[in-house]
Write a protein that binds this ligand. Sequence first.
Ligand SMILES: [Zn+2]
Length: 174
Amino acid sequence: MSRPLPVFIAPLRLCEMRTVVAGELGLDDMDRLAEFLSDQEGEVVLSLSFDEDERGIPFAVMTLDARLRLVCQRCLGPWEMRVRREVRLGFTREPGAAERIAEHGYEPVVLERNELKLRDLVEDELLLALPMIPKHEREDCQPRLGGGEGRDDESPGRENPFAVLAQLKGRREH
Ligand SMILES: [Zn+2]
C-alpha cells in the first residue's frame, strides 16, 4: 500500500505552499547505495514537511526510516541496520548562501535548477547515515573458517566504496 511519490520535486515552491510530501521509495533503484547493500529489498518510509522560517529561509524537515542490509566488513556476513533519521534541510539557489543557511542549523541544499530528484536527496541522506565501517558487534560476528580472527581491514589505499563515502561526508560537513 505504498503511495506514489513524485520523481521530481520543486522545493522552493513546496516551501511556499507549506506542504507535506510523504510515502515510500524502493531501495532497488538507488545505485550509489547499492554498493553497500547485500541486497536491495525493502523501502524507505519518508516524509518531508516544507515551510519557510521567520527569516524567510525555505526549509524542510525530512524524516527517513529504513532497514538497510549491509555487509559486515569483518566477516562479510549480512548485517541489518535500522536507519531513522530526521534532518532539517535549507534550500537555496545561490551557492554563496549555503554558509548562512548552515549557521541557522540547516543542512544546506544548493539547487542547480528549480527541481531536484527526490530519490537523490533521500539516497544522499541514507549514505550519510551509514557507519564508516559497518560491522557486527564482536559477539555476533562470525569470521570465516580458517580466517583466524578475521581482519579489521581499515587500511586506506585500495579501491573502496567507503572512501567515496568519506568524501561525501566531508563535503556535507562544511
Ligand atoms: Zn561480522
